[in-house]
Design a protein around this ligand. Structure first.
Ligand code: SAM
Length: 355
């Protein structure tokens, strides 16, 4: 048994079963050896590849989306925030693309919200030549905001903990992680909780107070300072039933409980719930849009064609494959979704059908 599994076992032996949310918090971020604080999860040698790492087109188009949003906000000094910036690739590509509008870079101060000191080092390195003032914070609430906000969150919300509830014969109860013959195993808490969802025995429903809390904090700041939050992630538009908790290790799905602290444990984002949290805090919200449609609306095909004009035959094949991965319906194009929360309600963020 790994040190990490032994630590979880000790907690459960001392206090009883833990919720799925507590399990996610411990394995992903709570300890020095938690997954995001310790591991190098990105790229071929890691566990997964994210959109900004697949193609520069992704970060570049988001950079231009930020320029357009800044223009609609009145071209004032503003704060550009990225939540969970990973290796810093998206922000690096976004700031490079934004060089076409030097006034945007002069007006920007950047804030990177990152829990991992190790990843912060990689982000500093990625932004070394960006010539934009940058602060790092562990939480969005700690960002020193100047002027309106433009916030980008790619594959951030999926890493925030969820609670799961399972329908038993007598009603709903919280899904927990306890011990069975000394091994971590899923079970259900004895208390029955009131949930409105109608479902057969064995059904699972998910809630994420952690995601709602971040969305509400963002929405409240938007309502006061103006701005926009662009959230991109794999997910669905709920409410819906289903178990979306997943572990990914070395580019394959893994057993969630088998190697705690060594696999990325996430769940699909309920964009319906996220939108309601933004709206509850006073922000307007766009329709949820598929990633492929969003990137194409921003000009992904045109950017691909421009890159291909200067590329070798091998590079053309790579560029086509990366574009297909980002936008194709069988790849990330429809599983990944995009939503924007914004204020004032007249802003009209680009890339979405009219609200
Ligand atoms: C799946 S990675 C996505 C990285 C990057 N956005 C990309 O697209 O490549 C999740 C990122 O969120 C960070 N993260 C996870 N939980 C966090 C939290 N509670 N607070 C701040 N950052 C967090 C991780 O360290 C990592 O940088």
């Amino acid at each position: 048994m790994s040190d990490f599994a032994a630590h979880l076992k000790e907690i459960i032996e001392a206090n009883g079963p833990i919720s799925v949310a507590e399990f996610m918090r411990i394995v992903l971020t709570a300890r020095e050896d938690s997954y995001y604080r310790r591991a190098e999860p990105f790229g071929a040698a890691g566990d997964f590849v994210t959109a900004p790492e697949i193609s520069q087109i992704f970060g570049e188009l988001i950079g231009l989306w930020c320029v357009d949003t800044w223009h609609k906000l009145g071209e004032r000094p503003f704060t550009l925030v990225e939540l969970g910036p990973g290796r810093g690739t998206l922000m690096r590509d976004a700031l490079r693309a934004a060089r076409v509008v030097p006034r945007f870079l002069e007006a920007a101060q950047v804030a990177m919200v990152e829990i991992s000191e190790r990843l912060r080092e990689l982000q500093r390195e990625a932004l070394r030549d960006s010539a934009v003032a940058c602060q790092w914070c562990e939480r969005f609430e700690d960002v020193e905001v100047r002027g309106p906000l433009i916030v980008v969150a790619n594959e951030f919300f999926d890493a925030l903990p969820i609670r799961q509830f399972v329908r038993g014969a007598k009603g709903w109860s919280e899904r927990c992680i306890g011990l069975s013959s000394g091994d971590l195993s899923f079970g259900a808490a004895p208390d029955i909780v009131e949930l409105k969802a109608m479902a057969p025995v064995g059904a699972i429903v998910e809630q994420s107070p952690a995601r709602a809390a971040v969305a509400m904090a963002l929405g409240e700041r938007l309502a006061v300072q103006g701005g926009a939050v662009l959230a991109i992630d794999y997910g669905f538009v709920g409410p819906a039933l289903g178990d979306t908790l997943q572990a990914v290790k070395a580019h394959a799905f893994a057993d969630v409980l088998a190697t705690p602290g060594e696999a990325d444990v996430t769940s699909h984002v309920d964009f319906g719930a996220l939108g309601r949290a933004f709206e509850g805090a006073g922000a307007a919200v766009t329709p949820v849009t598929a990633q492929g449609a969003f990137l194409n609306a921003l000009g992904a095909r045109e950017r691909l064609a421009a890159l291909k004009r200067k590329a070798s035959a091998a590079q053309v094949r790579e560029l086509d494959a990366a574009y297909a991965r980002l936008t194709g319906p069988e790849a990330m194009g429809t599983l990944f979704k995009v939503v924007c929360a914004y204020s004032p309600a007249t802003l009209q963020p680009v890339g979405f059908a009219a609200a």
